[in-house]
Design a protein around this ligand. Structure first.
Ligand SMILES: Nc1ncnc2c1ncn2[C@@H]1O[C@H](COP(=O)(O)OP(=O)(O)OP(=O)(O)O)[C@@H](O)[C@H]1O
Ligand SMILES: CC(=O)C(=O)O
Ligand SMILES: [K+]
Ligand SMILES: [Mg+2]
Length: 566
């Protein structure tokens, strides 16, 4: 027996009462919205069981069991562990020399990578194109749905590429030269290039120079034309294109370099490349204001009107924290880029900044990624530190949509092990979170800007709440744009959310969001036939069974239906 709550809207957009077998209607004060209710129930109306429905809208072609696509790893996980134990937190892996081969990428996909990130700071476009093609091939040949994120270089100050060396060791007490000179042949010993031309003018003797937010430290001891002489005070490994910041009297110096554009001329070329390659996400480094996101969005719309690439604002600068709300509003998602953020604000402020960013994203319904140094020690060692595990747990507890590996997967010794740690810690903390019934305490402010958006939001809030109270097995959402799926994910319900969408790119994009299991499925505006078709296809693949309790919502038809799988 299926039960449903339906909100009817007239085709012209105005709301009208709909009579449903002679019901009474509960009128809302400010509108003509009506709930159709049979005499002996409130809000929930009894509907015929879906199994007895005629299948007249469904063509035989549509019934082919192969016409539903879900990624192979999730499918196996669902079968093995059941709905309850599927992982809700999504995983992003930075692809680098350690993981760029087809087999290595496949191992990451099997290990649960939902999104592959390529960092345009490193490597050539040709190198990145090959990685993109391999991920695509993996998706096509092996049934994965790994999305691709391209991360821009941005124009903050960073070192050059160390003349081809993969790293260089700076020892305590050594004198190194940071130079803005263009070297035509090999770099002299203990010399690194700096990309920002004003560097030698802006720094002062006595300034502290931090590489990668303090992984290596130098003190500026002299300036000779384009060369800045520095004494190493905290030894460590210099990595190609590492970020540089300089500090004076305990504060970050942001002189003329604060005028550097967020999107450099090289970034624009990389963005053109990303659009041409059809990447799913572009992550913009060192965003300072909402302006740049709007600017990029209109550029993409003009250049590629059919592109639906999503824009991720990387929060990694003081300005991005100042303008946080407007930036997140303007973006499709955000990343807590703790690497550079920790170089711009005191380290002890990073955890509270992370919490604030995650909370705001959750409220504004924007997916949020927590990134950098989650398992840093696993670049070299096969097991994480206890502190790293606690850090990962905290991000999962905060309800971040996704966790990201950087060096651990790009150039570490144990990429797959690092991914396995993210996976197992996420699963464990999510279970604990459900046991504690934290979902019951979530209240989000309303974010809809139109009446219709408000209805969608209320439907999703109610559906999630019902799903928790009734302990249903899964929420089903039929969504063309992904919006309703996202609203359900925002509620962080107790059960997984099966998101059915017609478009492959929407499906890949939903891969970044908490708790969503995106399926590609062609569906119609007729919910009964959609449900019948879905049940049949999922049963054929052993993903659901008769008797499972499901709540379904859709963005074509404003209703909540509760039913047992026939
Ligand atoms: N495509 C690549 N080619 C070579 N090395 C890479 C590549 N991608 C990443 N790496 C290496 O992995 C390390 C970590 O990668 P990641 O992309 O997270 O850099 P990051 O400096 O933390 O990020 P960002 O530059 O965006 O702040 C880099 O410092 C670099 O040494
Ligand atoms: C990911 C990134 O850009 C950072 O942490 O700085
Ligand atoms: K970057
Ligand atoms: Mg960064």
């Amino acid at each position: 027996m299926a039960q449903s709550l339906q909100l009817f809207t007239a085709p012209n957009g105005s709301f009208s009462s709909v009579t449903h077998s002679g019901n009474t209607h509960a009128h809302l004060p400010s509108s003509k919205l009506s709930f159709s209710t049979p005499p002996n129930s409130f809000a929930l109306s009894l509907r015929p069981s879906t199994s007895s429905l005629p299948r007249r809208h469904v063509s035989t072609a549509d019934w082919s069991p192969t016409s539903i696509e879900v990624d192979a790893v999730t499918e196996a996980e669902l079968r093995e562990n059941g709905f309850r134990s599927t992982r809700r937190t999504k995983l992003v892996c930075t692809v680098g020399p350690a993981t760029c081969g087809f087999e290595q990428l496949e191992a990451l996909a099997v290990g649960g990578m939902n999104v592959a990130r390529i960092n345009m700071c490193h490597g050539t476009r040709e190198w990145h194109r090959e990685v993109i093609q391999r991920v695509r091939r993996l998706n096509d040949d092996k049934g994965f749905a790994v999305a691709i994120m391209m991360d821009t270089e941005g124009s903050e100050i960073h070192m050059g590429d160390l003349g081809g060396a993969s790293s260089a060791k700076a020892e305590d007490g050594e004198i190194w030269t940071f130079s803005v000179r263009a070297f035509d042949s090999t770099l002299p010993e203990h010399t690194v290039n700096v990309n920002y031309e004003g560097f030698a003018e802006d720094v002062k003797v006595g300034d502290e120079l931090l590489v990668d937010g303090g992984m290596v430290r130098f003190e500026v001891i002299g300036k000779i034309g384009p060369d800045v002489k520095c004494l190493c005070t905290d030894p460590g490994l210099l990595l190609p294109r590492a970020n540089l910041t300089f500090w004076r009297n305990g504060s970050l110096v942001r002189e003329r370099n604060s005028m550097l554009p967020t999107i450099s001329s090289k970034d624009w070329l990389d963005i053109d490349f990303g659009i041409a390659e059809g990447v799913d996400f572009i992550a913009i480094s060192f965003v300072k204001s909402a302006e740049v996101i709007h600017h990029l969005r209109s550029y993409i719309a003009a250049r590629s009107p059919n592109s639906d690439v999503a824009l991720i604002a990387k929060i990694e600068s003081i300005d991005s924290l100042k303008n946080l709300e407007e930036i997140i509003q303007a973006s499709d998602a955000a990343m807590v880029a703790r690497g550079d953020l920790g170089a711009q604000i005191p380290l002890e402020q990073v955890p509270s900044a992370q919490q604030r960013i995650v909370e705001l994203c959750r409220q504004l319904n924007k997916p949020v990624i927590v990134a950098s140094q989650l398992l840093e020690s696993m670049i070299e060692y096969p097991t994480p530190t206890r502190a790293e595990v606690a850090d990962v747990s905290e991000a999962v507890k905060q309800g971040a949509d996704a966790l990201m590996l950087s060096g651990e997967s790009a150039m570490g010794q144990y990429p797959e092990k690092a991914l396995a740690v993210l996976r197992s810690v996420s699963l464990r903390i999510e279970r604990w979170w459900r046991e504690q019934k934290y979902h019951e305490t979530i209240e989000h402010p309303s974010i809809g800007t139109s009446f219709s958006e408000n209805i969608s939001e209320e439907i999703c809030n109610s559906a999630a709440k019902m799903a928790n109270n009734l302990e249903v097995d899964a929420l089903f959402v039929y969504t063309k744009t992904g919006c309703m799926a996202s609203l359900l994910s925002r509620c962080r319900p107790d059960c997984p959310i099966f998101a059915f969408t017609t478009t492959p790119s929407v499906r890949r994009r939903l891969n970044l969001q908490w708790g969503l299991i995106p399926f590609r499925l062609s569906f119609s505006d007729d919910m009964e036939s959609n449900l019948n078709k879905t049940f049949s296809l999922l049963k054929a693949r052993n993903l659901i069974k008769s008797g499972d309790l499901v709540i379904a919502v859709s963005d074509m038809f404003q209703s909540i239906q509760v039913m047992n799988v026939p």
